[in-house]
Structure formats: structure tokens, C-alpha cells
Design a protein around this ligand. Sequence first.
Ligand SMILES: [Fe+2]
Length: 250
Amino acid sequence: MIMIVSDTHCYYEMVNIQINYAEKVLGYDISSVIHLGDFGIYKHHLKDYFKKRKEKFIKPLYCIDGNHEDFNHLDKLVKKYKDYFTYLPRGTVHDIEGYRFLALGGAAYMDSMITERGAVITNQQINKSLSHPPDSVDIVISHDCPMGIGVPNTPGFEHFGEPGFPRGEEIAARFRPRLWFFGHHHKWFDSKDDNTVYYGLSGIWKGFGLLDDNYNFTMISNRVEWEESGFIEKILIKLKIIRPDSASFK
Ligand SMILES: [Fe+2]
């Protein structure tokens, strides 16, 4: 089983907590983990967890980027920590356990004032995604949802407009992926059209998804305590950019 998670926001220890829950409590065999962005690629957090505390994930972990990563140093950091997790760049296709995944990290946060530089998916990255042959992708993994699939706005954020990134429908039309997974919105979601089933993942502190080797996907709720102690969160809360409740931190 591939475990699918999202939005760790530097609380990396939650990955092993959820793997252990899936294996020891539920009895699943987890072979690898795919992380859908906002992993928290920040120098100090990575150094603290992997180098100082000498922690490591108990299964191989692949991740795309979200909108809360250090985009100024992302390339350097993912290279430095390549023995701990594998970063999948935007617009690239990867064979993982027999599935061909198109990776498309990034998201515009709802307010351009606080969107981090490098977070927004560019037209060039969409074009790169579309450059692959039509029959070369089974599953799309993105951080944000494609616009137009019916993901509702977070209450209070309606004035930012429809959730999602543009041109996702071009990707769906070209590859007709069986599945499309995304995170970012911190809530469970599913919908389908003629070719594709779309699943939105909640934050890792609320649970995870399990993908078997025949396109069957199950969402599992398992609430883990979330401590509001992250460095970035503290700053953002202080600046009143996000509210203290994790639901507003996407
Ligand atoms: Fe996000």
C-alpha cells in the first residue's frame, strides 16, 4: 500500500506516527509514502529533525512542493536531504510502485500579498507537464486542486474566488488520469468526471489515504495532536497572516 499524506508543515514526526497507526493498529503493510506538499522544506526544521535529532522516516517518502516551503533554497535543501526523502519537481513523471505519477507541486495562496515567491504554478510548468505523451501518466499529484472540480471555499475565504489553479483541465484532458490527488485545502474531498476520480487530502494531523495496486483508494481518519509551535506558524500568527487554528494555514 502507498500511503498518501499532505500538509505536514514541518511536523515531520507525524509521518511515522501515521505509518505506525496504519501498520500496527490497522494491519496494513505500507511500502512507501507520497506527500502532497507543504511538507515544510525549511533549513532549520530539516536540520533539527534529521541531523540533530537523527530521525528518519521508516518508509521511503516522495514529496512535491506546496506553497509553504523555502523556495529560495529548495533545490539546495532537497539535494542535501536526498537520503531522507525524494523530491519530485513540477512537471516531471515518476514510476513509483508501478504507477506513473505526474508531479505538479505549488499553489497560489489566496492572497497575493502572502504568497511566497516561487509558490505559484507557472504557465511554463503547466506546459512542461503537458509535454509528456498522453499515455504516460496514470495518476496526477498536485498540491492545489485543479480549478473547476467543485472544491468549496474555506468559510470566510469566499471573496478570494474559486479554489484551484488554472489549466488543470488541459492536464486532465491530455492524460485522462485514473486518479488525481491533491492537498492544500486541509479537508477531505472527492469528485469524479468521465475519466478521473479526484481526491482532496486533509492535513496529515487528521489522517491519510491508502492506495493499493489496483487504483483503489481509501481515506483513513486518525487525528493526531497538533502543537502550534512551528517557527513559521508563530511568525505568521504574530503578523496576523493566519489564525491560530490550523484550518486557516494552507
Ligand atoms: Fe498549501
